[in-house]
Each structure stands twice: as structure tokens, then as C-alpha cells.
Design a protein around this ligand. Structure first.
Ligand code: C2E
Ligand code: MG
Ligand code: MG
Ligand code: MG
Length: 274
């Protein structure tokens, strides 16, 4: 089955990838070396307190500076990384690097936190806890300063072992965010089972604020739901003043998006929004 999936992925590879004359196999071989050769780096995107404009948190987003293709976005290489299992060392590198960065923010913002994305594959590995605790202790970072972002699709086939692992992470003080909330198959029962501390409202809803009443109702509903469940909530993908005003009027406490800052190698935690 894996072979068949690999073949079809090859056939549907993007024109850009074909033009660059780098085969899928070459890209995988390149990716295998990327971590060891220091070709990955992180960019940080501010997460803003909407009432004050303060940035007390940032999301770490991985980029790959490919020797010939230039900087590649996660969409270009994470699917390959997931297929080949290379996602595990990549995620591990990201967690370590993000913790190291966040430790340097605390002079400017004592309550600073960093969020990292965790792939489904990693979530299913028992050593996730060891990886996370190694990273926080190596950086001297309090566990409560680290948020793991998980998508609904990664959580949906959550076995008891996954739920148990998430509870253990929570017991350590690590925060757990459900990313792109609203795009998966969320049900209320699953919000009861997953020990989440935060919901991130998917940017597809935020993008339609002002033009789509249902999108508006969705952002409002998720914000209320988060309040009722005592969860933090972030509106993702805020690009315009109009969207900013809408999420603020709805009472969503935090926002993230190009309006407040693009992902950048230099984090703006401890400053105020642009
Ligand atoms: P995500 O976790 O939902 O991250 C937000 C994505 O939306 C980022 O794309 C960010 O650059 C983009 N974004 C932020 N604000 C705006 C906006 O106002 N408008 C628009 N159109 N987009 C905005 P990016 O960096 O390309 O990452 C894409 C996805 O790749 C992430 O979605 C996440 O699922 C995954 N990813 C990124 N870094 C990592 C990583 O280190 N590990 C793993 N496992 N996944 C990662
Ligand atoms: Mg995320
Ligand atoms: Mg997201
Ligand atoms: Mg996303």
C-alpha cells in the first residue's frame, strides 16, 4: 500500500518540483541529510493578546533551505517527511530548537510561551514524552512554556495510548492546542476526552468574516465554547483590520495572522503587535 501511495504521489508531484529536475527520490535523500547538515530553520509567528496588542507567544514554523531549490515551505517537504518517517527527527529537532529560542525570550517576557506543531506520526510514538522533557530541560524551559499543536485529523484516530500520552504531557504541565479547529471531524465528545488547553480557530473561518454569516457564527460559537470549557482560544489567519475588528468584537482573546506579523526568524515576543 505504501508503494502504491508513493507512486501516485510521484505522478501528482507539482510542476515546480518537476521543473526543478529533482526527483522525489533525490528530494528524500536530500531530506535525510537536511537535519544533520543544519539546513532546517525555524520562523516564529507572533500570537497577539487582542485587548493589549502584547505578544507573549509565538508559533514555531519549520523551513528547509534546500541547497539548490532555495527555501521550501512545510507543504513542500512535510508530506514526504511523513511518508518516510523522517518527520520524527524533524519534529524532534523543531521541539529542541523552539525550546531553546523560547528560553531566550523570557528576559523580555517572563510568561513567554512557544507553540510547536506535532505530526500524527509523532503523537503515536511512546518516546514523544521523552523527547519533550529532554527538550524543555536542556533549554531550562518550564514545561508550561511549551504548547504542542495537534490537528483534529491527528487526534481523530487517537487510541487510548495516545490519550494516555496526552494526559501525561498535561500532568507535566505541557499545554495542548487543537490546531485548525473546525476543519476536522470534531465532536463535542472528543473535546471531553482530549486534555486540550487551547483551540486555534482555523483561518478558513476568519477569512470569511464579514462576508459569510455562518463563518461569523462559527468563530463566535468556538470562542464561547472555549470559554465554557475553560480553554484558551486563538483566531488564526487574521489578515485585515476588518477581520481584526470582527474577532475582537466577538471577544476572541488572542489572534495570529499576517496583520500582526508574518513568520520570521526573529521572534517579536515581548513586544507589541505591528
Ligand atoms: P499551521 O500550524 O496551521 O500554521 C499556520 C500556517 O498558516 C503557517 O503556514 C503560517 O505561515 C500560515 N499563516 C499564518 N498567518 C496567516 C495569514 O494571515 N494568512 C495566511 N494565508 N496564512 C497564514 P506554514 O508555515 O506554511 O505551515 C503550514 C503547516 O505546516 C502548519 O499549519 C503546520 O500544520 C505544518 N507545520 C509547520 N511547521 C511544522 C513543524 O515544525 N512540524 C510539523 N509537524 N508541522 C509543521
Ligand atoms: Mg500550528
Ligand atoms: Mg493552524
Ligand atoms: Mg494549518
Amino acid at each position: 500500500a505504501a508503494k502504491a501511495a508513493g507512486k501516485s504521489a510521484y505522478r501528482t508531484c507539482t510542476p515546480a518540483l518537476r521543473e526543478s529536475a529533482v526527483s522525489r527520490a533525490e528530494l528524500i535523500a536530500d531530506l535525510r541529510r537536511a537535519v544533520g547538515e543544519g539546513q532546517l530553520h525555524l520562523e516564529f509567528q507572533p500570537i497577539v493578546d487582542l485587548a493589549t496588542g502584547a505578544v507573549r507567544s509565538a508559533e514555531a514554523l519549520v523551513r528547509w533551505r534546500h541547497p539548490r531549490l532555495g527555501v521550501l515551505s512545510p507543504a513542500r517537504f512535510l508530506p514526504l517527511a511523513e511518508e518516510t518517517g523522517l518527520i520524527v527527527p524533524i519534529d524532534r529537532w523543531v521541539i529542541h530548537e523552539a525550546c531553546r529560542a523560547a528560553a531566550t525570550w523570557r528576559d523580555r517576557a517572563p510568561e513567554a510561551t512557544v507553540a510547536v506543531n506535532i505530526s500524527a506520526a509523532h503523537l503515536h510514538r511512546p518516546d514523544l514524552i521523552a523527547t519533550v522533557t529532554a527538550a524543555t530541560s536542556a533549554a531550562g524551559l518550564a514545561p508550561r512554556a511549551l504548547t504542542l499543536e495537534l490537528t483534529e485529523s491527528a487526534l481523530i484516530d487517537g487510541t487510548d495510548a495516545v490519550l494516555e500520552r496526552l494526559s501525561q504531557l498535561r500532568d507535566l504541565g505541557i499545554r495542548i492546542a487543537i490546531d485548525d479547529f473546525g476543519t476536522g471531524y470534531s465532536s463535542l465528545s472528543y473535546l471531553h476526552r482530549i486534555p486540550a488547553t487551547e483551540l486555534k480557530i482555523d483561518r478558513s473561518f476568519v477569512a470569511r468574516l464579514g462576508s459569510d454569516d455562518r463563518a461569523h457564527a462559527t468563530v463566535e460559537m468556538v470562542t464561547r465554547l472555549a470559554g465554557a470549557f475553560d480553554l484558551a482560544v486563538v483566531a488564526e489567519g487574521v489578515e485585515t483590520e476588518r477581520q481584526h475588528e470582527a474577532v475582537t468584537a466577538i471577544g476572541c482573546p488572542r489572534g495570529q495572522g499576517y496583520l500582526y506579523g508574518r513568520p520570521d526568524a526573529a521572534a517579536t515576543v515581548g513586544q507589541n503587535r505591528a
